[in-house]
Design a protein around this ligand. Structure first.
Ligand code: UGA
Length: 436
């Protein structure tokens, strides 16, 4: 099938490459010429495991192309919209400028019978408004939320755990739903749940899923706060409640909390939209989820201060991790960098390292010192703060080896990912999050 993908960021670039890999003919469109140049050469503009190979294969096959021209969308049967919906400046609501512009640019190129498939995360009610704008062209709008996780984006796109398609009433809607079954034919053939809903449900499924995940993380982080004043160990608590299949252990990782380009802004946009709808109280708990999450960043910083005897001024702190999570170079709302910036503000000499995110981090926070090599970051450090649980830190950091590099013996495990007993046995003062 011929399809266009408007917006070639974390979502769109992966979607375009994945669609080409399953046999479709895809044109990826983005206003950013540099990004399009890179993608056209088979270079991924961001780190995502497996993406580079998919891009190269797609381009070599002739089924994957990239362009800055909206007109190149013409002739496609399906037009995916995967542009960003960041948090508005000065408010909690989502900024829909890019979605609106994508539709405006697409309108002159739509033909009767085309399907426009929105993938961006939008406030409930957006699809109905966009459908009214698209209707005169004879094209049909559907909403097809995306659930991919950065770091697993390729796999999540080709083999998702469910497909959700919000369609309008009537024959056009049913026809569009069938077309989407054809688009995602490998997943459909293997029996992946395929849910056809109305627009509002599809839009809400997305924000509800992210709100639930954020709530689960903040729940365990709230337990960490209680553990901290009672001497309990939140990791054991999570293991114990996680054995209950109704609860489940995943996303009960207590630590410095969630960040990234999705969870934080999505729960805020959801709150803002609920208030517009007169139902702010229904999701008032999301304010608390957000507050708990942000408190964990302060807590991690406080542990460094405490670990260094009450002040970090003039002390050297090695910060291991800058990305908001491993397997990604994304630093949007990264708890890791937030902690690093706060420590810098308190007068520490902060040396940040990360296997992938250094370039992005340096651009956003040039005031910090960055090194690509982990051991150089550790050399001479008074304290070590682990804030992104890359395997390089989680599995491969040997306390005896680190002792030979650092001046101090203070380690703060912002992701509860280190073996506390091993660090203590090697003579370190180990501080976890919600652990004795
Ligand atoms: C999230 C959702 O998981 C995806 O399903 C969704 O498609 C995506 O947002 C989106 O809306 O596009 P992502 O932002 O890639 O995916 O990251 P997650 O894996 O959800 O992690 C989010 C944050 O939570 C990270 O900072 C991570 O370190 C943190 N986290 C995760 C915890 O602090 N504890 C946990 O137990 C799990």
């Amino acid at each position: 099938m011929r399809m266009s993908v408007i917006g070639c960021g974390y979502l769109g670039a992966v979607h375009a490459a994945a669609m080409a890999s399953i046999g479709h003919e895809v044109i990826g469109i983005d206003v950013d010429g540099r990004k399009i140049d890179a993608l056209s050469k088979g270079e991924a503009p961001f780190f995502e495991p497996g993406l580079k190979d998919l891009l190269r294969d797609g381009i070599a096959s002739g089924r994957l192309r990239f362009s800055t021209e909206s007109a190149d969308a013409e002739g496609s049967t399906v037009h995916f919209i995967g542009v960003g919906t960041p948090q508005q400046a000065g408010g909690y609501a989502a900024d829909l400028t890019y979605v609106d512009k994508a539709v405006t640019d697409l309108l002159p190129h739509l033909r009767p019978g085309d399907v426009v498939a929105g993938k961006s995360t939008v406030p409930v009610g957006t699809a109905a408004q966009l459908a009214a704008r698209i209707a005169p062209t004879g094209a049909t709008l559907i909403w097809n939320p995306e659930f991919l996780r950065e770091g697993w984006a390729v796999q999540d796109t080709i083999d998702p755990d469910r497909l959700v398609v919000g369609v309008p009433d009537g024959e056009d809607g049913q026809r569009a739903a069938q077309l989407m079954r054809d688009v995602f034919y490998p997943a459909v053939a293997k029996g992946t749940p395929f849910l056809v809903t109305d627009y509002a449900t599809a839009e809400l499924v997305k924000v509800a899923a992210n709100a639930f995940l954020a709530t689960k993380i903040s729940f365990i982080n709230a337990m960490a706060e209680i553990a901290e004043v009672t001497g309990a160990d939140v990791t054991q608590l999570a293991d114990a409640i996680g054995h209950d299949v109704r609860i489940g252990r995943r996303f009960l990782g207590a630590g410095i909390g969630f960040g990234g380009g999705c969870l934080p802004k999505d729960i805020r946009a959801f709150s803002a939209r609920a208030e517009e709808l007169g139902k702010g109280e229904s999701v008032a708990f999301l304010r608390e989820v957000d507050a708990i999450n942000l408190r964990r960043r302060e807590r991690a910083v406080q542990l460094v201060v405490d670990g260094l005897g009450g002040s970090v001024h003039g002390k050297r702190v090695a910060v291991l991790g800058a990305a908001f999570k491993p397997h990604s170079d994304d630093i949007r709302d990264s708890p890791a960098l937030d902690a690093a910036v706060r420590l810098h503000g308190l007068g520490a000499a902060v040396i940040v390292t990360d296997p992938q995110a250094i370039e992005n981090a340096r651009r956003a926070h040039p005031q910090l010192t960055y090194v690509t090599d982990r051991d150089s970051a550790l050399r001479g450090a008074d304290a070590v703060l682990v804030v992104t649980e890359w395997d390089e830190y989680r599995r491969e950091l040997d306390p005896a080896h680190v002792s030979a590099l650092t001046d101090g013996r203070v380690v703060i495990d912002g992701r509860n990912c280190l073996d506390s007993a091993a660090w203590r046995a090697a003579g370190w003062h180990y501080y976890g999050m919600g652990r004795p």
